[in-house]
Write a protein that binds this ligand. Structure first.
Ligand code: F6R
Length: 611
């Protein structure tokens, strides 16, 4: 989720690149850098921190200010901590290169390149591509052929921009599963990962497609896909700059809901091995022996992340056989917790900066095993735990968490498989089954988002209600809690999440013809029937039921519900993920109809760094 900008033309590339990167600042990043061709060589400048730090380095008489060909990058760390060395561009011989995405097979390629005498100066997967491209050019290949050769060696997602000091009249571009857009000017070309970066310069754009390899000069573009030359149309962007930052969506929250299929694929990319029915987690410090000794898992987190932990508990209990608890970090930190060095504490945090979660982990980290499921590399929590599983959700800008939640759940599932495999607690067959379902998850999530129009209509019917009750059982009880939290935080409507089976012990007194009851109902032979009978109790008291389910066309359900929202079914394990999507959309559309500030709801902050 890094920012990419490139320029080739007749103006100073540096200023154009820096202002393009500035326009991507809303996404957040940890370091930035540029490479500019000037006076027969490429000049690279990089800095840790905000763009202002890079600008400071470029103050005064530094080379690169006049060159009219260049590439620039803001980094959101995935492989390797945030540091100047890990900042892009990465250079090898004649080449400077920037990258957005993840190279999955970088470990084996790094070994191969080291064997070839390549010296690495960063911990990134990107540097591999710079060396590969430089090596291919060194064999006498033209840049276009050399880039094709390079991409042929890579597995994963990428958008690359590269410049070659021996061919300074062009910028080489490659795209696979990561967006890249070319801005077409008069005798100049702009390249960016996101449209906002180039909107100030041109509205004419070419959107590259997966598998495209392109060569850009100041006045032309050549594109090949699968070895054949292709023409990509020039389109005109009509978005204003603010809409453009939101990818054309009205709010970041809606953009992030829609982004979930893409980022969920990033979460498990490179981690699943279908053939071996096993999962791979990079750089884990926990040894197999330590894993076998764990006698208890304690999850600590806050808010939405705490809800993700509740789903994770189901995965851990069924796949690792280890007793598992979930605690609010804000409660845990003020108790005298009982644990041993065999306890594994797993804290889950999008930001990695939540004060309560950080304090909880500080309390135990000296004497227990600690691990974080976290979205931000280099964050305080990520730096304080023994191991980290990054969620790879990319920057989440809307205060209300959406994609962070679903990527946390998938990360927890992958982690449970990893631990379960090491403890022999889950059969290869079961692992294989879950892995193949995960592979289908992004497409199913995309399908689930298609209920949007139906949800919009439902929101119109219910947005004036003063209270909502959310119900669910099993691993869908956390989905009910999360649905209620989303509604509360962005629409300011009172909402309560409850285990469906507990309703008769109190909340049933609230049910009347004014009470919308939203239920998450998973395709489970046992839980579906049980929840359905709870819904009959609601129906008998005139409650208005909105069911979200992955069961298709159930007549009994339709009979008691005012609305039924159906999403695809993959498996019971993955139901919570798919049922969450309509919950997010419902909260979103109710809030929009009620005119609240969806992305910045009152009284809330994205990162709660105070007690
Ligand atoms: C709700 C929300 C919050 C966070 C909570 C923890 O939409 O975003 O409830 O989940 O503040 O934040 P992190 O995950 O950053 O520790």
């Amino acid at each position: 989720m890094c920012g990419i900008v490139g320029y080739i033309g007749n103006q100073s590339a540096l200023e154009i690149i820096l202002s393009g990167l500035q326009r991507l600042e809303y996404r957040g990043y940890d370091s930035a850098g540029v490479a500019i061709y000037e006076d027969d060589q490429i000049h690279v400048h990089r800095a840790l921190g905000k763009l202002i730090e890079l600008r400071k380095k470029l103050d005064g008489d530094v080379p690169g200010k006049k060159g009219s060909v260049g590439i620039g990058h803001t980094r959101w760390a995935t492989h390797g901590k945030p540091s100047e060395n890990n900042a892009h561009p990465h250079s090898a011989g004649r080449v400077s290169l920037i990258h957005n995405g993840i190279v999955e097979n970088y470990i084996e390629l790094r070994e191969e390149l080291k064997g070839d005498g390549c010296v690495f100066s960063s911990e990134t997967d990107t540097e591999i591509a710079a060396h590969l491209f430089n090596r291919a050019l060194g064999t006498g290949l033209a840049p276009f052929e050399a880039l094709k050769d390079t991409c042929g060696r890579l597995r994963g997602s990428y958008a690359f921009l590269a410049i070659d000091s021996d061919n300074p009249d062009r910028i080489m571009v490659a795209k696979n599963a990561t967006p890249i857009v070319i801005g077409v000017g008069e005798g100049e070309m702009f390249i960016a990962s996101d449209i906002p970066a180039i909107l100030g310069a041109t509205r004419k754009v070419i959107i590259l497609e997966d598998g495209d390899i392109a060569e850009l000069s100041a006045d032309g573009i050549r594109v090949e896909n699968d070895g054949k030359e292709v023409k990509r149309p020039v389109e005109t962007v009509t978005w204003d700059p603010v809409t453009a930052q939101k990818g054309g969506y009205k709010h970041f929250m809606l953009k992030e809901i829609h982004e979930q299929a893409l980022v969920l694929a990033e979460t498990f990319r490179g981690r699943l091995n279908i053939q071996d029915k096993s999962v791979f987690l990079e750089g884990m410090n926990l040894t197999d022996e330590e894993v076998s000794q764990i006698d208890r898992v304690v999850f600590v987190a806050c808010g939405t992340s705490w809800h993700a932990c509740l789903v994770a508990k189901f995965y851990f209990e069924s796949l690792t056989g280890i007793p598992c608890e979930v605690d609010y970090a804000s409660e845990f930190r003020y108790r005298t917790p009982v644990y041993s060095d065999k306890t594994l504490f797993i804290c889950v945090s999008q930001s990695g900066e939540t004060a309560d979660t950080l304090a909880a982990i500080e309390l135990v980290r000296e004497h227990a095993k600690t691990l974080a499921i976290c979205n931000v590399l280099g964050s305080s929590i990520a730096r304080r735990v023994g191991d980290v599983v990054f969620t790879h959700a990319g920057p989440e800008i809307s205060v209300a968490s959406t994609k962070a939640f679903t990527t946390q759940i998938v990360s927890a599932l992958v982690l449970a498989l990893w631990i379960g495999e090491r403890r022999d607690a889950v059969s290869a067959e079961k692992r294989g089954e879950i892995i193949s379902q995960l592979v289908h998850l992004p497409a199913a999530i995309d399908e689930a988002v298609k209920v949007e129009e139906q949800v919009k209509e439902i929101a119109k019917k219910f947005h004036q209600a003063s209270d909502f009750l959310y119900l669910g059982r099993g691993s869908c009880y956390p989905v009910a809690l999360e649905g209620a939290l989303k509604l509360k935080e962005i629409s300011y409507i009172h909402a309560e999440g409850y285990p469906a089976g507990e309703m008769k012990h109190g909340p049933i007194a609230l049910i009347d013809e004014h009470m919308p009851v939203v239920v998450a109902l998973q395709n489970s032979p046992l839980l579906f029937e049980k929840t359905l009978s709870n819904l009959r109790e609601v129906h008998a008291r005139a409650g208005r039921i909105i069911a979200v389910t992955d069961v298709k066309g159930n007549a009994e359900l339709a009979e008691v519900c005012e609305e039924v929202i159906e999403v695809p079914y993959l498996s019971e394990e993955l139901s919570p993920l798919l049922l969450t999507v309509p919950m997010q959309l419902l909260a979103y559309y109710v809030a929009v109809l009620n005119g609240t500030d969806v992305d910045l709801p009152r009284n809330l902050a994205k990162s709660v760094t105070v007690e």
